[in-house]
Design a protein around this ligand. Structure first.
Ligand SMILES: [Zn+2]
Length: 455
């Protein structure tokens, strides 16, 4: 009797815990990814953030002339140091990283009084499979900072949380993942110009679009420091994703409108993928999906990628303290202002870095998503037939159809359909939202693709 009661209680607990995870699916744990997660270091992240703060200010308009760089103050010195960090990680993996700069002169604008050189820095961990190496997953943070006056090039702007934390996530992911190999390519990016108008990310995303880069997912980490305020929830990081894509064309918009597609942008599928990664790996943090582009009155670099048609999401701590962002360092009436390292929770940043790392590694290990995914709408019928082209680049050994109720936020069901290119399910397409993803022998899953109707 006691045993039965214990079993019942156990079952109930499981039901409750499964339910509280929102979403039914978790993936198979990859031992390489689980091992890499253990190498993420809160101490390394702390050292990176403190080093960045040590440049005094990283305002995009601050010094980048040789004297400033020599003196170790300003964005130029920060830029040189980040580049040297990427180079150092690359040495540790036998030159596996290609360290690159994307430099341009931004003409005068609202927040740019005179022509200003802006430099993005990035490291490329090229995929090991020639076909899959063309697929890219990308993590980014902005290394520029600001204080109360967005034009103050001389005053201190420590930017420990905004966005030393996001820069540290990009660097830490590069340091750890460069010790591993993946079939697809991973790019670790740090951009400048964010505070002046997303200039760096805009330039980078436009270049990627013009050159036809196949970027499958972008994770932008901006303010992931877990500010030590009493309302902070250190178990949660917010994941913002756009609804109707910024880049949706005039022919796509009516389809989205007619079919209830407003909740299935590619960015939102990335967010759901992150939720699944969060259920699969022990990262120390739970992604809280926010179905919204960004917070009120704020923007970020993921939007630059969204505008060019790339799937991109933003990670931000659960509860921000606006006294600790965009503020001159000072104390007024006993209130401390300024973006200082002492307000940053380095363990929290390391958990966010783990969630980033597990997502990047999962996507870079997975086969490409299936192409040309369609839902057949030739006849009025209650069954659903889905068709697709095999995942390009090989690697997929099966496909899975996932679906959910139209009112549900995350995938609720998954059915494996083998290595085929079509399937018919006894479920009405009128009542649920479907997607198809590719799976390999080790259980790595691609991003799911929502079908478009085909007569
Ligand atoms: Zn920021």
């Amino acid at each position: 009797m006691l045993l039965l009661a214990t079993m019942l209680a156990e079952t109930l607990r499981k039901i409750v815990s499964d339910f509280s995870q929102d979403g039914a699916t978790s993936a198979q744990v990859d031992s390489q990814i689980a091992a890499a997660l253990k190498d993420v270091s809160a101490e390394r992240i702390q050292a990176t953030i403190q080093h960045l703060v040590g440049f005094g200010t990283r305002l995009t308009l601050s010094g980048q002339d040789p004297a400033s760089i020599q003196a170790g103050r300003g964005i130029g010195a920060a830029r040189e140091w980040i580049e040297s960090e990427f180079e150092r990680y690359s040495k540790q993996c036998g030159g596996c990283l290609e360290v690159k700069t994307d430099s341009f002169t931004e003409p005068p604008a609202d927040r740019i009084p005179k022509p200003t050189v802006i430099t993005n820095l990035y490291a490329v961990l090229k995929g090991t499979d020639p076909e899959n190496a063309k697929r890219i997953v990308l993590v980014t943070g902005h290394y520029d900072s600001r204080n109360s006056d967005v034009l103050d090039a001389n005053g201190d702007a420590p930017g420990a949380n905004d966005d030393g934390s996001g820069t540290a996530v990009s660097l830490e992911c590069a340091r750890v993942l460069s010790q591993h190999k993946f079939p697809a390519t991973i790019i670790f990016l740090t951009v400048a110009g964010e505070e002046q108008g997303l200039n760096g990310s805009k330039h980078f995303a436009e270049k990627a679009k013009q050159q036809g880069w196949n970027i499958e997912a972008v994770i932008n980490n901006d303010i992931v420091g877990g500010d030590r305020n009493p309302y902070q929830d250190t178990s949660v990081v917010r994941v913002f994703s756009e609804g109707i894509p910024a880049a949706a064309t005039d022919t796509q918009l009516p389809v989205i409108r007619n079919l209830g597609g407003e909740n299935d942008s590619p960015s939102r599928e990335v967010a759901r993928y992150i939720a699944e990664v969060g259920r699969t790996y022990n990262t120390g943090i739970h992604p809280l999906l926010i179905f919204r582009l960004d917070r009120f009155l704020r923007g970020g670099d993921h939007y630059s990628f969204n505008q060019q048609g790339f799937a991109a999401v933003r990670f931000t701590e659960y509860r921000e303290d606006f006294n600790h962002q965009h503020q001159n360092v000072r104390t007024e009436n006993g209130v401390e202002y300024g973006d200082l390292p002492k307000f940053v929770n380095f363990d929290y940043v390391s958990h966010v870095a783990r969630l980033n790392l597990a997502t990047l590694a999962s996507l870079a290990s997975a086969p490409a998503p299936p192409a040309n995914v369609h839902i057949v709408t030739k006849n009025l019928e209650n069954d659903t037939t889905l068709t697709w082209d095999p995942s390009p680049g090989g690697g997929a050994s099966a496909h899975e159809v996932v679906w959910r109720a139209t009112i549900s936020p995350d995938w609720e069901h998954a059915e494996r359909v083998g290595n085929v290119n079509h399937t018919t399910l006894k479920i009405s397409k009128d009542n649920v939202i479907f997607a198809v993803r590719a799976v390999d022998d080790e259980g790595h899953r691609s991003l799911p693709v929502v079908p478009t109707p085909q007569r």
